[in-house]
Ligand binder design. Structure first.
Ligand code: 2HA
Ligand code: ZN
Length: 268
C-alpha cells in the first residue's frame, strides 16, 4: 500500500480504537503534496465521476485530497480502503470535483465536505500552505463537556488548559466552540472555517470536534490531548474540584516552552 494511503488508514483505525467513530461518525481529509500525487498517480483514473459542490473553493483549485466516504464506517477503512475512502481532485474553478481513485460502487465523499474544504481553504492560507489535515471525530468527553458550558471559547479553553498541564503548550491559541448547527450544511462549514483560522480545533456543541494540522499525527494528537483533558475535567468535576492550575502557572508554562499563549483567555 502507498505510504500516504496507509498513514491515512492508520488514523482512521486509531480513532475507531479510541471509540471516537461509532457507526459512520467522523470523517477525515488530507490535502496531498505533489510527491503524494506522484506516488499514487498509477492508481488514479484518467476520467472519473464528477460532482458539483454546493460552494466554491477557488483557494483549493486543482488540489488533490484523500477523503473518507459518506456513510462509511471508520472501522471498515483498513479492511476495504477503495470502498471507504478515495482521492478527489478539485476542479480548476473550485466548484466541483472528480473522484480519481476509491469510493467504489458509487460512493461519495463525506457529507461534511463543505466544512472540510472551507477549513482547508482557510488553513492553507493562514498556515502558509503547511496545513494538510482536517479531522472530525465524536469523542465522548469533549462532547459531554459541551453540555456543561455556554458555547464560549474562553470558558472552554480555560477548563481545558486547567485540566492537564500540557494543554496550554499544545493549543496555546485556545479551542473554539460553535453552538448547535445542522451537520453537513454549508452554513456550519462557513462558521467553522471562521473559527479555524484562529483556533486549530473547534468543538461542535452536542456533536463532536474538528481539528487540523500539518500532519496526520499533529491533527490526531491535538484532538487526543483535548479529549483527554475533557475526560480529566469531567472526572475531577464529579469527584469535586478544590483547586486547579493557576493563571500565573499557565503564563510561566507558555514562556518556558516558548509558545504564544492567547492572553485574552488569562484572567489577571
Ligand atoms: O460522517 O460525523 O457529522 C458522519 C458525521 C457527520
Ligand atoms: Zn459528526
Amino acid at each position: 500500500m502507498e505510504k500516504v494511503i496507509s498513514e491515512f488508514i492508520k488514523l482512521c483505525s486509531d480513532g475507531y480504537a479510541l471509540g471516537w467513530h461509532e457507526r459512520n461518525g467522523g470523517n477525515l481529509s488530507y490535502r496531498m503534496k505533489d510527491e503524494d500525487v506522484k506516488e499514487t498517480r498509477h492508481l488514479m483514473k484518467k476520467e472519473g465521476r464528477h460532482y458539483d459542490l454546493p460552494l466554491s473553493c477557488s483557494g483549493l483549485s486543482g488540489e488533490y485530497f484523500l477523503i473518507t466516504g459518506s456513510g462509511k464506517y471508520m472501522r471498515n477503512v483498513s479492511l476495504a480502503p477503495e470502498e471507504n475512502i478515495g482521492i478527489i481532485r478539485l476542479d480548476d474553478d473550485g466548484k466541483g470535483y472528480t473522484i480519481l481513485w476509491g469510493l467504489e460502487n458509487g460512493a461519495k465523499p463525506t457529507s461534511e465536505i463543505p466544512t472540510h474544504l472551507l477549513n482547508h481553504e482557510v488553513r492553507k492560507k493562514v498556515s502558509g500552505d503547511t496545513n494538510r489535515v482536517i479531522y472530525h471525530a465524536h469523542p465522548a468527553n469533549i462532547t459531554a463537556l459541551s453540555y456543561t458550558i455556554e458555547p464560549d471559547a474562553k470558558t472552554l479553553t480555560r477548563i481545558l488548559w486547567q485540566s492537564e498541564t500540557e494543554c496550554a503548550v499544545v493549543f496555546p491559541e485556545g479551542v473554539g466552540i460553535l453552538d448547535w448547527m445542522m451537520p453537513g450544511s454549508v452554513e456550519i462549514g462557513v462558521e467553522t472555517s471562521r473559527l479555524i483560522g484562529k483556533y486549530r480545533a473547534v468543538v461542535w456543541a452536542f456533536h463532536g470536534i474538528f481539528g487540523c494540522g500539518d500532519t496526520l499525527d499533529e491533527a490526531f494528537g491535538l484532538i487526543h490531548t483535548i479529549e483527554k483533558a475533557a475526560e480529566i475535567y469531567l472526572k475531577a468535576k464529579s469527584a469535586g474540584i478544590i483547586r486547579s492550575i493557576k493563571d500565573e502557572d499557565l503564563v510561566s508554562l507558555a514562556s518556558y516552552f516558548s509558545v504564544n499563549l492567547n492572553t485574552e483567555f488569562i484572567e489577571n
